[in-house]
Write a protein that binds this ligand. Structure first.
Ligand SMILES: Nc1nc2c(ncn2[C@@H]2O[C@H](COP(=O)(O)O)[C@@H](O)[C@H]2O)c(=O)[nH]1
Ligand SMILES: [Mn+2]
Length: 225
């Protein structure tokens, strides 16, 4: 049995990023850019160091939150199954920055909607509230910066999903899954997410499906935990 939870910095990472982006846009070397979103910090400057400090802080905050939530969840399961034992947890960021080296060059890799798939790394590619998820093992493909996608992929925006689907659709698409079925989570409906195996096929060069899990063995933990 796998216990899976999904949580990030709960907005503080976004708040910090927006503050630093605003600072970057005011720097002299960014004033004549064709697009304001191209504003950057220069390595070694105080602005870059302040950004990095806040970035690492927010990522660590999210990681510790997940560790606390997972410990609470493990305790709940232990109360129901006193004989349970747990293996090593898999901590798998999917919106984060890492300092890595490729071809002898130190780079900051932004995995936005991506996970690390370094050789042998265990990762999680969740499906949706109605389908199974995959535990994967990275292949260390440097051409892809040792990365793989972080989920099944979205077919439509949250706002379109709210217009397209009803709570009845949500109940039908999550039949047999213990999860919320109210209007507040219609934008998470499985129909908003790709589910065909075809959408997963390109990922095989980046990671392989680990024998430690299969679609069916994880489907029971699907949904919000
Ligand atoms: N097993 C579940 N997978 C889910 C659920 N909600 C989303 N997802 C998958 O995770 C990725 C990442 O989600 P995001 O909101 O951070 O983009 C997404 O692409 C889906 O494949 C869920 O409730 N259960
Ligand atoms: Mn996420």
């Amino acid at each position: 049995m796998w216990l899976m939870l999904h949580s990030g910095s709960r907005n503080i990472g976004k708040e910090l990023a927006e503050r630093h982006i605003a600072i970057a846009r005011r720097l002299p070397h960014n004033t004549d850019l064709p697009d304001r979103d191209l504003a950057v910090f220069l390595a070694g400057t105080p602005e870059m160091e302040a950004y990095r400090r806040d970035l690492w802080w927010a990522q660590e905050y999210a990681r510790r939150n997940r560790a606390v939530m997972m410990a609470v969840l493990c305790d709940v399961v232990r109360r129901m199954l006193p004989q349970v034992t747990y293996g090593e947890p898999i901590s798998c960021h999917h919106n984060y920055v890492a300092e890595e080296s490729y071809g002898g060059v130190e780079v900051l890799v932004t995995r936005k909607g991506a996970i690390r798939a370094g050789a042998g790394d265990l990762g999680i590619i969740p499906g949706s509230m109605g389908t199974g998820s995959y535990i994967v093992r990275g292949r260390g493909n440097a051409d892809a910066y040792c990365s793989a996608s972080h989920g099944a992929g979205r077919r439509m925006s949250r706002s379109k999903a709210k217009k397209t689907f009803s709570t009845e659709d949500l109940a039908a698409q999550t039949a047999g899954v213990e999860c919320r079925k109210d209007a507040g989570v219609v934008d998470e409906i499985p129909g908003r997410t790709r589910t065909s195996r075809r959408s997963w096929s390109g990922r095989r060069t980046l990671s392989r499906w680990s024998p430690i899990s299969s679609r069916s063995s994880v489907s029971r933990v699907d949904g919000w935990v």
